[in-house]
Design a protein around this ligand. Structure first.
Ligand code: TXA
Ligand code: MG
Length: 353
């Protein structure tokens, strides 16, 4: 049963639920009220940061490009907490960071071009978008449900020490609230995210100061999706000419994330109260119908939008294999991560991308 295969993950999630959410900071104040916790990046602080990452909490850390807002890349709940802290209205896929190339090659597939670029520029300001290996441990939410993953080995002693101590890949967007500029000092992170992050490791100002160059190697021709710290000329010297990105038009147009969305094969029917004959149900909340013939998965029986975000892509994928005529989706409130969930569901329903 689909539900069984997901249940182990869910149990883990329920156990860890309190850590990624507000209650991690205790019952007396919300994350936002808490003063920022900035620490010089000593060995001891890095070790504590690694423990926090392992427990599902968020840690801001320096890389050579900009500061990253890091979370355990193998935990859907920890990754959901990143989106909540950033306050993004959508789930733009995140870069997953590794201590070394070999660790990355265990979860993604490197072709000849990827190997050449990794050899030339890692550790460094280059991110490669490559196919995920089947059965890899990385959260589907980290890549917005896609079969591809953006991976990078950063070149900063603190970032690398944290990755090594955490012993797991770290998903990290730039450590700023959505719509603000990327932070290049620990002070910038504190000003933007405050107490939304458990710990900010201060490793001084970032050397490069702009984000990594993102190169997509999943199509025939390599494409620069975002210019950054490594020049296109330097990349072309390694692997030849780069294509320019094709921007597809349409109402769902959204700069920077075009054509990079996972959509299920099965049609979605939004704002459903109960499934019709032949439909599977993607439920939300405690009053979801239970007496149904088809498959049912509940994004969050507790009605918690952060838990729902953590479950969204794995459940959409699971129900996509249920051979249903459609996936009926119950309404999710437009609060917090609910906005990003609804944005994602609407895109998947209209199949505009
Ligand atoms: O320098 C950097 O890249 C910093 C540091 C912390 O490593 N990180 C950063 O992450 O800038 P973020 O989340 O702000 O930007 C990630 C970029 C976005 O443009 C996103 O659309 C793209 O990478 N991206 C991530 N995963 C992708 C995927 N699977 N397919 C296509 N694009 C992807
Ligand atoms: Mg950013």
């Amino acid at each position: 049963m689909i539900a069984d295969s997901l249940s182990q993950k869910q149990n883990e999630r329920q156990k860890n639920c309190h850590i990624g959410g507000g209650s991690f900071f205790g019952p007396h104040f919300s994350m936002n009220d808490k003063p920022p916790n900035i620490r010089p990046a000593t060995d001891q602080a890095v070790a504590e940061a690694a423990t926090l990452i392992g427990a599902g909490a968020l840690v801001a850390f320096p890389t050579e490009t900009v500061y990253g807002l890091g979370a355990d890349a193998t935990s859907d709940m920890a990754v959901a907490a990143v989106f909540a802290a950033k306050g993004r209205p959508d789930f733009n896929p995140l870069i997953v960071h590794f201590a070394e190339t070999q660790a990355a090659s265990r979860v993604v597939v490197f072709d000849q071009r990827a190997r050449a670029l990794a050899r030339a520029f890692w550790p460094g300001a280059l991110t490669l978008v490559v196919p995920r290996r089947p059965g890899n441990r990385i959260s589907l939410l980290a890549s917005s449900g896609l079969d591809t993953l953006a991976v990078r080995v950063p070149d900063h002693p603190v970032g690398r020490a944290l990755l090594e101590a955490a012993g797991r890949p770290i998903a990290a967007p730039s450590a700023n609230r959505s719509g603000t500029v990327s932070p290049t000092t620990a002070g910038h992170v504190a000003a933007s995210l405050g107490g939304r992050v458990a710990l900010i490791l201060d490793g001084g100002p970032c050397r490069v100061g702009i984000e990594s160059t993102v190169v997509d190697l999943t199509g025939g021709e390599p494409v620069v999706l975002r210019p950054g710290g490594i020049t296109t000329e330097a990349i072309e010297a390694e692997i030849g000419a780069l294509a320019t990105p094709v921007i597809r038009a349409g109402p769902a147009r959204s700069p920077g994330i075009i054509g990079r969305h996972y959509a299920p094969q099965t049609p979605l029917r939004l704002d459903a109260r109960r499934p019709r004959h032949g439909e599977a149900l993607l439920a939300f909340g405690s009053d979801a119908p239970t007496e149904t013939a088809g498959e049912v998965l509940n994004l969050s029986t507790a009605g918690d939008v952060e838990e729902a975000a953590a479950n969204l892509f794995s459940m959409m994928r699971a129900l996509d294999t249920a051979r249903a005529t459609a996936i009926a989706v119950m309404a999710v409130p437009e609060t917090g991560l609910g906005r990003a969930i609804n944005d994602r569901l609407r895109r998947a329903a209209t199949q505009l991308d």
